[in-house]
Design a protein around this ligand. Sequence first.
Ligand code: SF4
Length: 466
Amino acid sequence: MKLPQFRHTARIAIEDVRLQTALENATGRFRSAREKALAELPASGELRDHLKAIRSATLARLAEHLETFERNATANGTQVHWARDAAEARQTVLDIAQQHGVELAAKSKSMTTEEIGLNRALEQAGIRAVETDLGEWIVQLAGEPPSHIIAPAIHKTKEQVSALFEREAGRPIGVDIPTLTAEARRMLREKFLAAGMGISGGNLAVAETGSIVLVTNEGNGRMVTSLPKVHVAVIGIEKIAPTWDQAAAWLALLARSATGQPLSIYTSIITGPARPGDPDGPREVHIILLDNGRSKLLGTPYEEALQCIRCGACLNVCPVYREAGGHAYGSPYSGPIGAVISPLLFGQQNYAALPQASSLCGACLEVCPVRIDLPRLLLELRKEAVERGIFPSRRERWAERLAANALEDAGRMRKAAALLRWGQKPFARGGRVRLPGALHPAGDRDLPALAARSFREMWEKGEFDQ
Ligand code: SF4
């Protein structure tokens, strides 16, 4: 996302009062629930250190753990596929769907399938993909992407949700939340039963047993992975826990950091297709291990970003995300972690604006269960953008040169201040100046107006003498 585009989308979001209320309510609830859940967990600080050590050691030997995972998953009857990029992952899903003549696929929430643009690819191949996570379904009905890693419809009010459901059902439903959820359940149940394929992500993959773990709060993940005859899971290669002991530490912090729950309502462990005699379960399980730019981060200053467990806690505390919301980022991944991984995975040229959208306050580092140093990563990306000539822009360079020239010499500084004092007059209101974007190198924003007289002028006139 280019800087002017980000400024434009962020400005629209900031001026949307309904969005601001929805964001503040939801992120506020998540923040206090997380704080309470971690306060109740004995030695949560040590557990976070432990998880950091686990994630870091796993990434140091990632290839080995992935091979163990593949071996054990294959022994369970799972078919493991490798995808170098989004196109390969999409094609693998399409091939499996076409082999089975799938016309309808039921999906459970998955950021990885958002990342590869799977829904559109399925649609273009004539396969209808229905999101079954309530939040994902809401944004799908609205024709929007998710705006939060764990709460895709965080920006929607119940009135907006009701309007979408009424349009889908073709009759009035109202705004009572239990009625809305019951209605969603009724409409989605038909899809679970009719779907020829279930598609999910995976919160983590456990190498020692070749299993994947799915955490959900609505039970739709279980339906998606057990009712259709074929289950396909798309999971990033970095989401590996070598052992169940390590997976336990991961799970102990995931839901607490995300929603403040000790565990999410459903923690599903999938270890291969249905065995002979099983009353239900898919006949085939396929796991697609997605690279899409991850492996090239190993061994670089950005490797730490791969430790992320996608809890969303950094979004809820970020002053930029809380004002701008997820859509302003123009990427499946928003907030501080999105500002780091979007340029890394999808190209710095395309997302160079996002690392600039941070005050570097450090709130994200404070809450991250893996203690990922997001401010450091943002600074690394900014540095790289400068080295590659993406920033500063010609206008910013010009403004910096002018400022340096004035600051070097007291006489020039005095003249520049006098000129600015005169020039600000048409834009000054109530002690603030709002320059239009074209005249302001950092975009349009309020600045304090220059005082009528400088400190130096007052000093020279002896106004500070006793
Ligand atoms: S960076 Fe940390 S806080 Fe943000 S989503 Fe990832 S694990 Fe959670």
